[in-house]
Structures are given as structure tokens and as C-alpha cells.
Design a protein around this ligand. Structure first.
Ligand code: AGP
Length: 612
């Protein structure tokens, strides 16, 4: 949930650290800080955004070619100057930045207090800083990396850390377990970051650290070892991240840019995969496991938040077209249950970041049960992509906005391709229907462009309802998960309480909520459920509810019945989610703006939930 950066080389470290922290601010933004080695070990940190830190340090940290930095999402200890990272050990030997949670920090803190250590903050990270120093001071010959290794061997929990030692002025020690860390390889310089985005502008050669790796970075080279002193495999990867992708361009917010990118990103998602006039779906990353997917009697789909919603859509697709039983699970629930899984099962884990702690824990549990594990992920080289035996990258490009939009439609596009490919392989779909559905999928980008060109209408509707305190989102079938997703978008960026519900469930309770203060968004394109959804709309209207309906363009019937209409192009129901979600994304965006919320960095949230 936090962002870590580091630099060692011949350039001034501070501007590189600040630039990197700005690229990582979507991971956490309640406080920030840097530590610089320039003859002495200098620490600057404060509550607030990276730009606040930049102003605070300006002129004080002009030299120094070695440094580490951190932007925080608070776990232990409230957002404040004292709880901001870096944390300095009691005797000033070490400065450390950390992403993760040290679960046994309280015991370690008590042990250190018996050795005379005192603490200036409420964080688990400061405990680790003092623990490293404690080992370091036990032996005059002790190196900083040896002290780090000894300290980490006592730690229970997740960490991604970068450590500076006052006496070892030409070195950064980094280590990871459970929280991602990437090392960028420059010429005579090295970069560290929680993901590749801050590194891409300096080098395309990176090493993704694995759990329990320790790297010692010095200007003339680096060494890779392991907390358990077991051999470490060195794998250098290439990243091909466009810098432009990480700028807002002409948009006010990343979220708006990413909503508008969706026609293009959906095209990127199926580029090279829809082949030979749509007669073939090629998913190279599943080649070695597709026979197991075909043979599976059950597919378990696991994810969190928006990724879980994508899994719910896949459930309808896989069952209707591939006729395979599907279960969709919240990772945070699945990981603590005693699920009945075997090698006959295929588990698909969906994660934009590929670093969500709950999803990674669910992955380990599924692997331990012998299931075939497949990852659907947007971040190349992320832990999920490296720990699963097969998978599909969504190719949505870097998604900076905390509220997931283009990654969601990319996930649904991938899942649709898998379901259709599986149905064709199993012969549970006619060749005509298969080609028709693939063609329907291929036409989505153009239809999405049509919706996006009509954004003003959606903005006007947002103006009508932006002062609502509650909202209800309804849908049936493929559009039920879209209702859930629309509600999540609204609540996470505008802080309005919004609930998504299966429209058929209204009569079992939620209809009691309906009055003339309640906006009810109903996703009601032409499909097999249409008549039933119209009845649900009538039930809401009969109780003075305000209905905003997402309908198939040209639907005159509903126009007279509801308060507001948003039309989307006609499509097959199986691909309608890819269109119906766009107006809901835009409506949430405009309402949040009207409420003065920070759309890209909503309160209490972070983009990548790497802690549980
Ligand atoms: C989506 O808008 C939210 N930011 C959140 O629910 C997110 O989908 C969830 O945390 C899962 O993230 P992941 O896809 O990176 O695993």
C-alpha cells in the first residue's frame, strides 16, 4: 500500500526520488519522506503529499547521490510527521523505508525496550530500524546487510524495505517478502521502486526481487543474496513502459483519461489474440494449461473489489457458453476458509496490480491444494504473474487512478475470450454463434467511442444527483455485476453510500429504502431479463424513487417511465457489460468532482492493497 524509491549513482538523488515518489503516489499518499547519504545521513519527512515534501526539502537537500524515499498509506500509526517514513534507528545508524506489515512488531518492540531502545513513532517500521541497529551494534565487524539479514530472520509479516547506513556511505540494502520491489539496472547507477513506473524513464532493464531476496546496491555493482542464505536466481527482465502512459495528458485526472482510453485498451487486449477473421482466439499464456481448463469440472475465480466483479461476469459467460461450473470467491474470504479443492480444479485469480495481498494468499492456498492456478493481471512482472503457472496479461497499460476502470474492461475482455475459446474447444457452442460473439466483442471499441462522445449528457445527470446521500444500483444477469461495479465506483471516489443489488432482490428488502430522495440506477439494456427489469423500475417509481436507466439506444418504452435515460449502443447481452459500465464510471467521476473529491487519490484508499 506504500510506495518506495531509491537511487545510487552519480546524479543528484533528490530530484530522482521526488519524481519517483510522484509516480508511486497512487499507492499511498498520507505522508512522504526521503533520506539522503551525503557524508551524513539526512532525513526529511512530513505528513501530506509528495509535493508538500518537495517544498519542505527544497534547497536543503541539493547534493547527495544516494537516497531512499517513501510515500505512505498508514497501517500502524495515524498519518503524521512522526509516523512518516523514513524511520531512523535510535542511535542514528540506520534510515529505513518499508512497505508491508510486521505482524510480530509488538513483541520485537518489547524485546528492544529491554535493551534500552526507545521509540519516537507508533509504527512497526521503526521497530525494524531499531532491530537492525541492535544487531549491527553487537559486532564492530558487522556489515549493514548482515544486520538486515539477522533482523529480517526475526520478522513475521510482509516487507519491502530499503535501508541506508550512516557508516556505509556507498551502499543501499534492499529486501522483500510479500511486498514488491524492483531494481532498475543503469550504467554505474541503480534504481529501486515498488513497481517499474518510476524506473522506466531511466532504464528498461530490471530485476523483480523474489520473496526473501536481499540486494546490496553499490555504484560499481550489486549482489543478490537471501535471508536464509540459499542460492538466488538472477533474472533480468525488460520493461516496455511508455512514459507518456504515466502522464495525464489533456485530462484533469488519470481516472478520466483511463475511462476514455478504454476503446483503445480493449483493442490492445485482443490485439494478436482475435485472429483469422475472428475464427481463432489465441491466448499464448494459456497454451500449456488449456487442456486442464477443458477437463476442469469446476473453475474457481478469485479476486477483490473490481476484479471480483469481473469474475462474476465470467461466471455467467463460462456457465452459459462453456457449460462448466463456476464459483466466484472474495480472496479475503477464500484464504481463511477450508475450501475443498483438488488437482481437478482450475483456479483463475484476477488482479490489476498482481500484488493484492489477499489474492496472493488465495493463490498460495490454491497451489497447496494442487489446483491449476492461472493469473489474469495488468502489471507485467508482478508477483501474481510470476507465481502462477499460466496466465494472460490484460495489456490495459499503467492504471494510475485508484478507481479501476480500463483494467476492469480489459479483465472482462480477457475472460470473454477465455470463455469463448473454451466453449469452442468443448463444442458447447455452434461455430456460427462463436463467430458472432467474437465479432460482437471486436465491435465493442467502436461502440464504446460512441458512448464516450456523449459524455455531456452523463455530466448533466451527475449534476442532478451529486448531493444524494445514498444510491442503489440494480441489474440482472450479466448486468448484475455491472450494478455492483457502478456502486463501487461511486462510493470509492465520491464517498456516497451506494449499494449494488440484483434487481430481482429488491422485493426481498432493499425496496424499503426507496423514497423520493433515493436515486436508483438501473442497468436495463435489451436482453432476456428486460421485461423483469422494467417491472422492477415500475416498483421503484411507484414508491417515488428517482430512476436513472442505462438502456439500449432507441428504447422509447422506458423514456416515459424513468427520470433520466442514458443510451448505449445495441450489443449482444454477453458483451453488454463492456458498454454499460462506461456511463457508470463517468457518472461516478463527475459526481465526485462536483463534491470536490480527489478523484485519483480518494481518502483512505490506495491503488495496490499489498497488506491484508
Ligand atoms: C477498484 O476500483 C478498487 N480500487 C479496488 O476494489 C481494487 O479493484 C481491488 O483492491 C483489487 O485490486 P487488484 O485488481 O489490483 O487486485
Amino acid at each position: 500500500m506504500c510506495g518506495i524509491v531509491g537511487y545510487i549513482g552519480d546524479k543528484k538523488a533528490f530530484p530522482i526520488l521526488i519524481g519517483g515518489l510522484k509516480r508511486l503516489e497512487y499507492r499511498g499518499y498520507d505522508s512522504a519522506g526521503v533520506a539522503l547519504l551525503n557524508g551524513s545521513l539526512e532525513n526529511y519527512k512530513k505528513k501530506g503529499k509528495v509535493s508538500d515534501l518537495e517544498a519542505f526539502v527544497a534547497g536543503k537537500a541539493d547534493d547527495g547521490t544516494i537516497g531512499i524515499g517513501h510515500t505512505r498509506w498508514a497501517t500502524h500509526g495515524e498519518p503524521s510527521d512522526k509516523n512518516a517514513h523514513p524511520h531512523v534507528s535510535m542511535n542514528g545508524h540506520f534510515s529505513i523505508v518499508h512497505n508491508g506489515i510486521i505482524e510480530n512488531y509488538a513483541q520485537l518492540k518489547r524485546d528492544l525496550e529491554t535493551h534500552g531502545y526507545t521509540f519516537a513513532s507508533d509504527t512497526d517500521t521503526e521497530v525494524l530500524a531499531n532491530l537492525i541497529e541492535y544487531f549491527y551494534l553487537q559486532d564492530d565487524e558487522m556489515s549493514s546487510e548482515a544486520a538486515v539479514q539477522l533482523a529480517l530472520s526475526k520478522v513475521v509479516g510482509a516487507y519491502g524495505i530499503a535501508v541506508l547506513c550512516k557508516k556505509e556511505t556507498e551502499k543501499i540494502v534492499v529486501a522483500r517478502k510479500g511486498s514488491p520491489l524492483v531494481v532498475g539496472l543503469g550504467s554505474g547507477e541503480y534504481f529501486i521502486a515498488s513497481d517499474a513506473s518510476p524506473i522506466a524513464e531511466y532504464t528498461n532493464q530490471v530485476i523483480y526481487l523474489n520473496d526473501e531476496d536481499i540486494a546490496i546496491l553499490q555504484k560499481d555493482g550489486f549482489t543478490l543474496s537471501n535471508v536464509q542464505n540459499t542460492p538466488v536466481s538472477l533474472k533480468i527482465s525488460n520493461i516496455d513502459m511508455e512514459i507518456g502512459a504515466m502522464d495525464k495528458g489533456d485530462y484533469d485526472y488519470f481516472m478520466l483519461k483511463e475511462i476514455h482510453e478504454q476503446p483503445k485498451t480493449i483493442e490492445e487486449t485482443f490485439r494478436g489474440r482475435l485472429q483469422n477473421d475472428y475464427s481463432e482466439i489465441v491466448l499464448g499464456g494459456l497454451l500449456n494449461v488449456f487442456p486442464k481448463i477443458e477437463a476442469a469440472k469446476r473453475i474457481v475465480i478469485i479476486g477483490c473489489g473490481t476484479s471480483w466483479h469481473a469474475g462474476l461476469i465470467a461466471e455467467y459467460l463460462f456457465e452459459e457458453y462453456a457449460q462448466v461450473s463456476v464459483e466466484v470467491e472474495y480472496a479475503s474470504e477464500f484464504r481463511y476458509r477450508k475450501p475443498v479443492l483438488s488437482s481437478d480444479d482450475v483456479v483463475i485469480l484476477i488482479s490489476q496490480s498482481g500484488e493484492t495481498a489477499d489474492t496472493l494468499a488465495a493463490l498460495e492456498l490454491a497451489k497447496s491444494k494442487g489446483a491449476t492456478v492461472i493469473g489474469i493481471c495488468n502489471v507485467v512482472g508482478s508477483t501474481l504473474s510470476r507465481e502462477t503457472e499460466a496466465g494472460v496479461y490484460t495489456h490495459a497499460g499503467v492504471e494510475i487512478g485508484v478507481a479501476s476502470t480500463k483494467a476492469f474492461t480489459a479483465q472482462v475482455t480477457v475472460l470473454t475470450m477465455i470463455a469463448l475459446k473454451l466453449a469452442k474447444r468443448k463444442g458447447t457452442i455452434s461455430n456460427d454463434d462463436y463467430k458472432m460473439l467474437v465479432k460482437e466483442l471486436a465491435e465493442i471499441p467502436e461502440k464504446g467511442r460512441a458512448i464516450l462522445s456523449d459524455g455531456e449528457k452523463i455530466k448533466a445527470i451527475a449534476e442532478k444527483y451529486h448531493e444524494a446521500v445514498n444510491a442503489l444500483y440494480l441489474g440482472r444477469g450479466y448486468l448484475f455485476p455491472v450494478a455492483l461495479e457502478g456502486a463501487l465506483k461511486l462510493k470509492e471516489i465520491s464517498y456516497i453510500h451506494a449499494e449494488g443489488y440484483a434487481a430481482g432482490e429488491m422485493k426481498h428488502g432493499p425496496i424499503a429504502l426507496v423514497d423520493n430522495n433515493l436515486p436508483v440506477v438501473v442497468v436495463a439494456p435489451q436482453d432476456d431479463y428486460y421485461e423483469k427489469v422494467v417491472s422492477n423500475i415500475q416498483e421503484v417509481k411507484a414508491r417515488k424513487g428517482n430512476v436513472i436507466a442505462i438502456v439500449t439506444e432507441g428504447d422509447k418504452g422506458l423514456k416515459e417511465m424513468v427520470n433520466d435515460i442514458i443510451e448505449i449502443p445495441k450489443s449482444h447481452p454477453a458483451v453488454a457489460p463492456l458498454l454499460a459500465v462506461i456511463p457508470l464510471q463517468l457518472m461516478a467521476y463527475h459526481i465526485a468532482l462536483l463534491k470536490g473529491c480527489n478523484v485519483d487519490q480518494p481518502r483512505n484508499l490506495a491503488k495496490s492493497v499489498t497488506v491484508e
